[in-house]
Design a protein around this ligand. Structure first.
Ligand code: OGA
Ligand code: MN
Length: 295
């Protein structure tokens, strides 16, 4: 069995075949997956009936695992999964579907806003790997937007304007859009804003991309309102259909994306009735995208 990758969808994603993620992969296969990620930025592996350990082993072959602590407001004693896995499901620690007013459910609704994973951390995410262990029959889809193509299509005037800009990202900004204002002291500390460049350059391909996310709430040196509306305009522009791959989930899909080059969002579904058990492992990127403020 040897690995091959072919384009899927209307634009930039790739589908991988010839790989069994339950087994250790050769260094050559891992290297082929990495270069596939550089080219496509979203890769789909079908038919991967894996468990948490197998997902973690595959993820570790790709780089350091990001701890999921600090990424949502789940208390440690309320966790269903280990701390190396982000629980993106609608299930509580007893495998019951969250009640409609459960704060964890409401917080996770933020995944319906376009975002890049962990852009609210000083060292943001590189790859995310999302494994579908149980999914509703009729979706929801997850959508991915190509921030390289969006950058390339900017006119020169906007390219010059965004070059060198620094944004501040925080979960308080993204969740603030959903009406969350009641953060505890501890949450406010955990979610303190971090700085990220707005234009990133991929370290291997050297392609530029827009580093946008719902978590971005300010542009350093800009009046707040002007920054917010500019970021909103950019996100609207960068997520037009010509830049978007829509993933239609099948059971045991594993979808992997490069957060440095894409944004994503999940669509609405009947989540107080249908079980959706999807689990994410996350690979850290190499370092901060900009020097952090020392306040
Ligand atoms: C994520 C995420 C989308 C989904 O895991 O980071 O945003 O399809 N998930 O659940
Ligand atoms: Mn996400």
């Amino acid at each position: 069995m040897s690995i091959s990758i072919i384009p899927i969808g209307r634009c930039f994603a790739g589908e991988v075949s010839g790989v069994d993620l339950r087994r250790p992969l050769s260094p050559e296969t891992v290297a082929a997956i990495d270069s596939g990620m550089h080219e496509y930025a979203v890769l789909v592996f079908r038919g991967q009936d894996i468990n948490d350990e197998e997902q973690l082993a595959f993820s570790r072959a790709l780089g350091p695992i990001e701890s999921s602590i600090g990424g949502n407001i789940t208390r440690l004693d309320q966790r269903r999964l280990g701390t190396d896995i982000a629980d993106v499901s609608n299930l509580d620690q007893n495998q019951n579907i969250y009640a409609r007013d459960d704060r964890r459910r409401l917080f996770n609704l933020g995944n319906r806003l376009w975002h890049s994973d962990s852009s609210f951390r000083a060292i943001p995410a590189k790859y995310s790997l999302l494994s579908a262990r149980s999914i509703p029959v009729n979706g929801p889809n997850t959508e991915y937007a190509d921030m390289r193509a969006a950058y390339d299509a900017l006119d020169d005037k906007i390219k010059a304007e965004v070059e060198g800009l620094i944004c501040e990202h925080s979960l308080t900004y993204s969740r603030g859009q959903l009406g969350f204002t009641d953060f505890t002291e501890e949450e406010q500390q955990t979610f303190a804003p971090v700085r990220q460049v707005l234009v990133r350059t991929h370290p291997v391909t050297m392609r530029k991309s827009l580093f946008l996310a719902s978590h971005a709430g300010t542009i350093v040196g800009w009046p707040m309102a002007e920054a917010r509306i500019f970021l909103r305009d950019l996100i609207e522009y960068a997520t037009q259909p010509q830049f978007v791959y829509v993933h239609h989930w099948r059971l045991h899909d594993l979808v992997m994306w490069d957060n440095r080059q894409t944004m994503h969002r999940v669509r609405r579904f009947n989540e107080t009735e249908d079980i959706r058990d999807v689990r994410r492992t996350t690979i850290s990127s190499d370092g901060p995208t900009t020097a952090q403020a020392t306040n």
